[in-house]
Design a protein around this ligand. Structure first.
Ligand code: PFF
Length: 449
């Protein structure tokens, strides 16, 4: 994104690759399966899909509308429409949330890097769950390599943000994302055909609604926001690069469809195998790193697939990480007037230190807790379950109540070039003004009770 000048993306495909690159990442392939596992399976998926369609689509339009209207970074965008007002908290949330997310995202990015190297060794792929489990905890709890890998992942992402690789990362993403999709599809097919996979399929598709609690609802909402990169100015920033003629509906719809497709497919790849191999679905963050090597062990040329898979997962993680970093860097350069290089170095140092704490909290610092959570869980919980929903709430309120209705219509119809029925526009405005804010507030309040 760093090289995209204010004149914007060249083509609709370019926009889609960039937005989908931000959305599809560790959130789909690492976080979604284990959240499904810890939050009771099908009922969680049901809530997730409900929130995606009802709330995330309107929030995505809203962020695109703010960004394209103002042609600015998240903070600057709000400042242009509502200077010196409380609305600027949207900009503050976006910077804080980006830093919080990167402080654990980069650690998981580091684990992915390590797993590329591990996949080269033939003994790595085994069907022995407990061996894989102790291998993962042995690595993630140590104090040296995971920190090095986290810093390496962060450095790769930071370098891309400084140097810009419009013709690199974007070009390769166009090829690699479809390849990733086919690899996950292959894993899903293998997973679904394992002995004992049926229990997993039941877990994924037979909802037990008695499992829904206030916390589950908040977890599903937080996951939906996290996976779609919403509630923290990322789509506002991308929206500022979108051509005036582009249809915001189409872009939003295609991004949501691609991201959700990836998440469900990842669930199908991981969960049936979890049941077939007798792993506990509520494992948490280690789930994918224990399950996937076992599925690869069941495939011919498993090592080749494993190396390829973790490598492409790394690329997917990097394309999301650069969008997170860009939110902070754009704020530092445009608002605090730092040069781009200084901004990236400052961002690297902040996240480097915080990420080191969250990496160490898996092992040597595991006893240090704040509100009962270690650093890793604290960054994760605060961003996904508090900052993103609150950010999303403020965004819809801003578009619904603060922006001029005529401006919103102008953006939704791309300056009058896209037909939009009056009744549909009224419906969208009702969702943005009332339904979405009320629904998000209910979920937030409900989880407090
Ligand atoms: N959506 C990314 C993922 O699913 O991995 C993570 C993310 C990127 C969250 C950018 C928020 C964001 F602004």
């Amino acid at each position: 994104m760093s090289t995209i000048k204010r004149d914007g993306f060249g083509s609709r495909f370019g926009v889609l690759v960039a937005v989908a690159g931000s959305a599809v990442g560790l959130g789909n392939l690492w976080r979604f399966p284990y959240m499904v596992g810890t939050n009771g399976g099908a009922a969680f998926i049901f809530l997730y899909l409900f929130f995606v369609i009802l709330l995330c689509m309107p929030i995505m339009f809203s962020e695109f509308i703010i960004g394209r209207r103002t042609q600015s970074n998240a903070f600057g965008a709000i400042k242009k429409i509502a200077p010196k007002s409380g609305w600027l908290s949207i900009g503050v949330i976006s910077v804080v949330a980006s830093i919080c997310i990167m402080s654990f995202y980069s650690v998981v990015g580091g684990w992915t890097l390590e797993y590329i190297f591990k996949s080269f060794s033939p003994s790595f792929l085994t069907s022995d769950s407990s061996a894989l489990s102790s291998q993962f905890s042995g690595f993630s709890q140590s104090s040296f390599m995971p920190v090095v890998m986290h810093l390496l992942f962060l450095a790769i992402s930071a370098l891309i943000v400084v140097a810009g690789v419009k013709n690199g990362i974007e070009k390769y993403s166009k090829i690699l994302m479809p390849v990733l999709f086919f690899l996950v599809l292959l894993l899903a097919i293998r997973s679904l055909t394992l002995d004992g996979a049926g229990e997993g399929v039941k877990f994924l598709f037979h909802p037990d609604f008695s499992k829904i609690t206030g916390e589950t609802m908040l977890a599903a909402l937080g996951q939906a926001f996290f996976s779609l990169s919403l509630g923290m100015g990322c789509i506002i920033t991308y929206g500022s690069y979108v051509n005036k003629k582009e249809n915001l509906f189409k872009i939003s719809f295609m991004t949501v469809a691609a991201d959700t497709g990836f998440a469900i497919l990842a669930g199908l790849a991981v969960v049936p195998a979890v049941f077939a191999f007798g792993i506990a679905p509520g494992q948490g963050p280690s789930l994918v790193f224990i399950t996937l090597p076992q599925i690869f062990a069941q495939l011919p040329f498993g090592s080749v697939f494993a190396v390829g898979f973790f490598f492409i997962l790394l690329i997917a993680a990097v394309t999301s990480a650069i969008s997170l970093l860009e939110v902070v860097v754009a704020y530092f350069t445009e608002e605090l007037k730092m040069t781009r290089k200084v901004a990236v170095v400052v961002t690297f140092m902040i996240i480097g230190v915080l990420g080191t704490f969250s990496s160490l909290s898996q092992g040597s610092l595991s006893d240090v807790t704040i509100f009962g959570k270690n650093f890793f869980d604290l960054f994760d919980y605060t961003s996904s379950n508090i900052l993103l929903p609150v950010g999303g709430l403020l965004v819809v309120l801003f578009v619904g109540w603060r922006m001029k209705r005529a401006d919103v219509l102008d953006e939704l119809t791309s300056g009058g070039t896209v037909a939009l029925r009056k009744s549909l526009f009224t419906g969208i405005m009702l969702v943005i003004k009332f339904l979405a804010p009320i629904a998000i507030s209910i979920v937030l309040i409900n989880s407090l009770i």
